[in-house]
Design a binder for this molecule. Sequence first.
Ligand code: NAD
Ligand code: GLY
Length: 370
Amino acid sequence: MPEHTTFIEQVAISLDDRSYDIHIGQGLLSHPETWSGLPQAQTAMIVTNDTIAPLYEAVLRNAISPHYKQVHTVVLPDGEAHKDWQTLNLIFDALLSKGCDRKTVLFALGGGVVGDMTGFAAASYMRGVPFIQVPTTLLSQVDSSVGGKTAINHPLGKNMIGAFYQPRRVVCDLGTLKTLPRRELSAGLAEVIKYGPIADMPFMEWIEANIDALMAQDPKALAHAVKRSCEIKAWVVGQDEREAGLRAILNFGHTFGHAIEAGLGFGVWLHGEAVGCGMVMAAELSHRLGKVDAAFVARLKILLVRAGLPVRGPVIDAADNAGHYIAHMRLDKKAEAGDIKFVVIDGPGLATVCGAPDDMVRDVINACCA
Ligand code: NAD
Ligand code: GLY
């Protein structure tokens, strides 16, 4: 084991024949053991983007090359604005032009955008090929690489076109986080913080006590945050893979957040920033529905501010801002016949899904936007 590999932790996702492990540790990319027992094939395709390729493509290529006759790479343009059909097609173009067969293994090397698009490509290329998630952002290590949601955006809505399709393995090399810009670290912390109010208040207390260490990228603190987040996500996904019920709690803050992302144009606010702000709105709604006290909302806000996140939503439409948010939220995947469903906090550490009166939702948006 190379000296810089200080530990390896594993979290299991139990889904019958779709079960897999999440490997978490420092230096995993270059550690040969990480890549033992991969799906067998002649060919592998690394899918990455133009920011991550110069940083980590060579190390991944070297590490997996002994397992395949050919390793190809396709480099996508970076950014949420490119999470679309046109960019997805670049993956299919590369697979077909290289003659990749139905056993070809895809490696998603990057953040949630690369991971979601590679997963969707894997779900649909030749009706399904195996793929491995190699997440390199905090957000993708604690959330998007786990659980098999894959998608691209549509100009009218976030993640509207996609599939449930599980990876064969997730490899979270914490060492890759060293090159992550500060703003992206904060965005990832939003999804870490999310797990506290919805499922685990002791974890929220731990985050409150360790937020400065997390912001300073303390390796032990990051390792615990990634592991505990993955454990909670594994617990939820293991019970409700296709979001028939429980899994919706993982969307705390997302209904409002997706309205911010789509409303401003994809990529203007980062996904984690929109989710963080959306959690404030969802907590405020929970308070107005009589489920949590004002102190809980204030506590969540303080933690998000300490994580470097915005807590006031943008004004997207000066004439009717609340109306603009609501129009976007009616397209949310949880909406039923246009009735918006919100993930609300039913009490600290416990989330549920419910509707809310339009007037109340309007008041929340007006109170929470700049
Ligand atoms: P991202 O993929 O856009 O990555 C953020 C930025 O960091 C990009 O510019 C990327 O190139 C760069 N980057 C990545 N790793 C780096 C590294 N190690 N060093 C330096 N730069 C690096 O954004 P994200 O926050 O990782 O993911 C957000 C996406 O994930 C959204 O599209 C969201 O919808 C999706 N998501 C999906 C799920 C799911 O369950 N599938 C869950 C949450 C979020
Ligand atoms: N990030 C929400 C989910 O995976 O269900």
